[in-house]
Design a protein around this ligand. Structure first.
Ligand SMILES: Cc1ncc(COP(=O)(O)O)c(C=O)c1O
Length: 308
C-alpha cells in the first residue's frame, strides 16, 4: 500500500514535540490506572472530532476531593442531557478519584474527569457511537501567581459574547469550550489575566472558566444561569457561606454598567477558588480585595479545611 510520510518542517517539528507530562501525574482510563503515555484516545472518538463529551474539574486538599458528590451529580446531569451513557456508576467513579487523590505524591491537587461520546463514524451523528470513553487525570495545579491573588487580576470585557442559553444550555459542562477560548485569546492579546463575557443582551454571563460575583450598593450579586453562567459548585458554596454569615446576596441579571460601577468584583471556580478583580477594561475596581471578598475567602478556606 502506498504511504505518504511527511516530515514536519524543522521549526514546526520543534513546536509539535509532545509536552512532557509531569512525572507525578496519575491517570486512569476505562477501568484501569495507567501511565500517562498509555492513556490514549482514538482520533475517531467524537470527543476529539466534535468536542462531544462532558467533564468535571475537581480539587483535592489533604488528599481528599472537595465536594465530590456535587461534581459527580453535575457530570451525570450533563451526560444525561446530551444522552451519553456513562459506563460506570457514580460510586465507582468516586472511589477511583478518592483512591487516586490518596496515592498522589502531592497533598493538594486537581482531578480532571472526562467522558467522551466514544468512537463513531466520521459524521457528527452520535447514533452508533460508543461506548463512552472515561478518563481521569490527577495533577498539580497552579492557576494564578500568588501576586495576582493578593492584589487582584486585570480583566477585559471580551467582544466575544457568551453563547446564548437558547443555543446551548450553559449548565451542560461539555468539552466544547471554543466560545470561552476565543474570549481568553482576547485577554491574551490585551495582555490582561482574564476575560469576562457578556451575553447577547449585554448582561454579565461569566468569566472564561469562572463565575463572577459583584458587590453593588452593599449587596453581593451573581448572574442567574439563564444569563449564560455555569451552575458553578464554588458559586453555590459562596452563596451559601454568604447567606449563613448574614451578607446580603442576590442572584440577578447584572448590566455592563452595573458591573463597571461595582464596589467589588471577584471570580469563583474550582480551579481558581476566589480571585479578586483589580480592573476591568483598565478601570480600577474601588475595593480590591474588598471586605466582602476577604470575609468570603476566609470562610471558603475554613470550609475547605472542614471538608477535607
Ligand atoms: C465556564 C465555567 N464557568 C464557571 C466555572 C466555575 O465552576 P465550578 O465552581 O463548578 O468549578 C467553570 C469551571 O469549571 C467553568 O468552566
Amino acid at each position: 500500500m502506498k504511504q505518504h510520510p511527511i516530515k514536519p518542517k524543522q521549526a514546526e517539528a520543534k513546536k509539535t514535540e509532545p509536552k512532557r507530562t509531569n512525572p507525578k501525574t496519575l491517570c486512569w482510563m476505562n477501568g484501569n490506572q495507567c501511565n500517562p503515555e498509555d492513556a490514549t484516545l482514538s482520533i475517531f472518538d467524537h470527543g476529539v472530532l466534535y468536542g462531544d463529551g462532558v467533564f468535571e474539574g475537581i480539587r483535592f486538599y489533604h488528599h481528599k476531593p472537595l465536594l465530590i458528590d456535587d461534581h459527580i451529580e453535575r457530570l451525570f446531569t450533563s451526560a444525561n442531557s446530551i444522552d451519553i451513557p456513562i459506563p460506570y456508576s457514580a460510586t465507582e467513579l468516586i472511589d477511583v478519584m478518592k483512591s487516586l487523590s490518596e496515592q498522589a505524591s502531592f497533598s493538594h491537587g486537581y482531578i480532571r474527569l472526562v467522558v467522551t461520546r466514544g468512537v463513531g463514524a466520521i459524521g457528527l451523528n452520535p447514533i452508533g457511537c460508543g461506548p463512552a470513553n472515561v478518563f481521569i487525570i490527577v495533577t498539580e495545579l497552579n492557576m494564578m501567581p500568588a501576586q495576582a491573588l493578593q492584589h487582584g487580576i486585570n480583566t477585559i470585557i471580551a467582544t466575544t459574547k457568551r453563547i446564548s442559553p437558547s443555543a446551548l444550555d450553559p449548565k451542560i459542562k461539555s468539552l466544547n469550550y471554543l466560545n470561552n477560548i476565543l474570549a481568553k485569546q482576547e485577554a491574551n492579546k490585551a495582555n490582561v489575566d482574564e476575560a469576562i463575557l457578556l451575553n447577547d443582551q449585554n448582561n454579565l454571563a461569566e468569566a472564561v472558566a469562572e463565575n463572577v460575583f459583584i458587590v453593588h450598593r452593599g449587596t453581593l450579586i451573581t448572574p442567574p444561569c439563564d444569563d449564560g453562567a455555569l451552575n458553578g459548585i464554588t458559586r453555590k458554596t459562596i452563596l451559601r457561606l454568604a447567606q449563613e454569615s448574614g451578607i446580603s446576596c442576590n442572584i440577578s441579571s447584572i448590566s455592563e454598567a452595573t458591573l463597571l460601577a461595582a464596589e467589588e468584583v471577584f471570580l469563583t471556580g474550582t480551579g481558581a477558588e476566589l480571585i479578586p478583580v483589580r480592573s476591568i477594561n483598565g478601570k480600577l475596581i474601588p475595593h480590591c480585595p474588598g471586605p466582602v471578598f476577604s470575609t468570603l475567602q476566609t470562610l471558603y478556606v475554613d470550609f475547605i479545611e472542614q471538608q477535607c
